[in-house]
Design a protein. Structure first.
Length: 115
């Protein structure tokens, strides 16, 4: 199992970013996927969760209405569209999946929201 995030960077408050997670080594379309984030000095928190077919999603309260999780099962890729970004969104964002009871994480991508 391999998860590779991309798309992070520096953005001004109110801006947008789109994160991607390229997945390989498992049947992507059969598994729910998650985005987590971890800010300095804070615990890792669940940002969003997608069902295996993308028909349902869950969002953390802090991002609800601003972030959208989606997936392209044909391309084995998970996305996170982040709008109306705030300084509190600054964190390393991780893609996550549980396959056969084992947790897999990507290397993370840094998102910094600052003027």
């Amino acid at each position: 199992v391999q998860l590779v995030e991309s798309g992070g960077g520096l953005v001004q408050p109110g801006g947008s970013l789109r994160l991607s997670c390229a997945a390989s080594g498992f049947t992507f379309s059969s598994y729910g996927m998650r985005w987590y984030r971890q800010a300095p000095g804070k615990e890792r928190e669940l940002v969003a969760r997608s069902s295996s077919d993308g028909s349902s999603a869950f969002y953390g309260d802090s991002v609800k209405g601003r972030f959208t999780i989606s997936r392209d099962n044909a391309a084995n890729t998970l996305f996170l569209q982040m709008n109306s970004l705030k300084p509190d969104d600054t964190a390393v964002y991780y893609c996550h999946v549980v396959v056969w009871g084992v947790n897999y994480w990507g290397q993370g991508t840094q998102v910094t929201v600052s003027s």
